[in-house]
Write a protein that binds this ligand. Sequence first.
Ligand SMILES: [Zn+2]
Length: 298
Amino acid sequence: MSHAFPAIRLARHHPLAYGNDSTPKAPPVFRYALHALIVLILTLLTQIGGIAYLVALAASRGWGLRRLPAKFAIFLLCYAGATFTASLAAPIFGRVPLSCVADAADRLVVRSPIYCLLNRNYVTPDVRDLAKALAAHIDKEFPGTVTVALDANFPFLNGFPLLPHLSHADGKKLDFAYYYKDADGAFLNGATRSPIGYFAFEQPAPGDELPCEGRNDWLTTRWNFDALQPLFPAYRIEEQRTSAAIGWLTSEGVARFGLQKIFIEPHLKNALGITDSHVRFQGCRAARHDDHIHIQVE
Ligand SMILES: [Zn+2]
């Protein structure tokens, strides 16, 4: 067998020769550009990941690490450390994490651990209290029901948006999933149609109010993801719990927690018979809100 795959030795000057010091590496400018791109992406996605990457880079250099798995392990350690530190430090600056490890008694759950791994689960204490109170109310009305939270905010810095949600930049915004039932009408506790809770849209029926029909905005986060839609299970919105949640938000939520606005797509607002003035349309340049409910407090 060893003859079938003879070891290939490339001459040191061969352009494919790799792994020895005489090999010309990518010019430094490309390596710097690649590092900068990674820092940018990690920062936009997780806020503190870019800093963790730079610390890991410095540590790898300092310790003379050359192998990619070792460098990657150092990055993971730095990232985990930064994420843990953020959870301790963020409360000093006014934001607290929603927990991704719900116990059995917890009726508020974050849809996926990914939200916490990416530091996208931070809110002000007021919004956390509102979310827990909403979940407790729905559990009281419909015993056993869990309420599902989605994207919140990053841990630090007012004005630093949680993309693609431009407004999730101050800890006072939070998205919830709708409540769903299956095609036979059976309630699906804690379920969402897509694995992360977003992008599986309720499509409007013929004749529904379509405020963005015919527009062709270039600069918009109103993405339809038409090609993805057939992949999602055909759950439908469970009207009773969803209406109860909106009803609580526009009464108790406003009176006790300073809720200011709720965004729901107009066709769903009409279908659910909602007339409260706190429930608004987000505009055509913002994301669709027939896959999630957006709330914000004063
Ligand atoms: Zn939102």
